[in-house]
Design a protein around this ligand. Structure first.
Ligand code: SF4
Ligand code: SF4
Length: 148
């Protein structure tokens, strides 16, 4: 294994953009100025016009760190994506609160039973449902190694 391979770094990140930055191609600058490779897994605009993006970012550890620093300087909130988000079925009351924030439709009300279904295959691990759930039924399992 070469030294360069050892130094390569890859992580799935959740970015949240302030309203003012939503239209700027900040992620393209990461590729151009920091030599990082990105793969956008999910993106959208949240109800309060804040943008979010889930992406896999790869590059050398040094460039990765500098790229993340650049994003933060632009007012972007950067988080590690969890490995997975799960629902505790015993605790869920099917209140529907989480469906209002889930950008991918992974949490959706099924009619006519009006039960909230969780389809983990559609989940982008953005974690927006975790604080939105009043009964703490939604939980995120974090990646052990934290970068930030
Ligand atoms: S917000 Fe929580 S309790 Fe309500 S439907 Fe979603 S997972 Fe269930
Ligand atoms: S983490 Fe929650 S809000 Fe985000 S996509 Fe998955 S189920 Fe939806």
């Amino acid at each position: 294994m070469s030294l360069q391979e050892v130094d390569m770094y890859s992580k799935i990140l959740v970015l949240r953009f302030p309203k003012t930055e939503v239209k700027k191609p900040l992620v393209c600058y990461l590729a151009r100025d920091y030599d990082l490779v990105f793969n956008i897994l999910n993106a959208g605009i949240l109800p309060r016009r804040e943008g979010f993006m889930v992406l896999e970012l790869s590059g050398t550890k040094k460039n990765f760190k500098e790229g993340v620093k650049y994003l933060k300087e632009q007012g972007v909130k950067v988080q590690n994506a969890s490995q997975e988000v799960k629902r505790d079925e015993a605790v869920c009351t099917h209140c529907g609160s989480c469906t209002a924030v889930c950008p991918t439709g992974a949490l959706a009300v099924q009619r006519p039973a009006m039960e909230v279904q969780f389809d983990q295959r559609k989940c982008s691990v953005c974690e927006l449902c975790v604080p939105a759930c009043p009964t703490r039924a939604m939980t995120a399992k974090p990646i052990n190694q934290s970068f930030f």
